[in-house]
Design a protein around this ligand. Structure first.
Ligand code: ADP
Ligand code: MG
Length: 157
């Protein structure tokens, strides 16, 4: 597991950008953390790292936004998901098993549908501008990515 602390929204986005830069095809990143923890900030960075220039906002009502970069990006915010049946209707599994990168805010809504191989990223609010990010690879595939991330630093505020 890799643990880092950030002192600004941009520093959190910088870690996201590294994920976007080094992610392999089909990576699923689950973003665990309370409201305001910085999940969407991190997602903006992932989009940037994938070379996506469009404005990324949380798909709170649409549940999924798609972007095209080096790889497709599927940004999901499942806060308002009703139940697991709705997740099946959305075809979440098709996203997870394609070559695009999936980012899942509120993965606890679909715990039983989460792929066995994924990157779990827990974001914890420490202070107004400080967050702790914990990167935990589940299954062997994201190991290399986390190793790559460990070799980088993001500039603080
Ligand atoms: P979530 O998607 O987890 O609900 P957001 O990314 O939408 O959270 O919001 C995080 C909020 O916290 C933003 O207003 C952002 O400016 C603020 N913030 C302050 N410090 C940080 C930090 N170190 N990392 C991420 N966000 C931060
Ligand atoms: Mg959000």
């Amino acid at each position: 597991m890799l643990v880092v602390e950030t002192g600004s929204p941009e520093e959190t986005a910088c870690w996201g950008a590294l994920i976007g830069k080094y992610a392999g095809e089909g990576l699923v990143v689950c973003l665990w953390g309370d409201l305001g923890a910085g999940k969407t900030q991190l997602a903006k960075g992932v989009a940037r790292g994938l070379g996506i220039s469009s404005h990324v906002t949380s798909p709170t009502f649409t549940l999924i936004n798609e972007y095209q970069g080096r790889l497709p990006l599927f940004h999901m915010d499942l806060y308002r998901l009703g139940d697991v049946d709705e997740a099946y209707d959305l075809g979440l599994e098709e996203y997870f098993f394609g070559r695009g990168i999936s980012l899942v805010e509120w993965p606890e809504r679909i715990e039983e549908l989460l792929p066995e191989e994924r990157l779990d990223l827990r974001l914890v609010k420490l202070e107004e501008d400080r967050r702790r990010l914990e990167f935990l690879p589940i299954g062997p595939a994201p190991d290399g990515l986390v190793e790559e991330l460990s070799a980088h630093v993001c500039p603080g505020p």
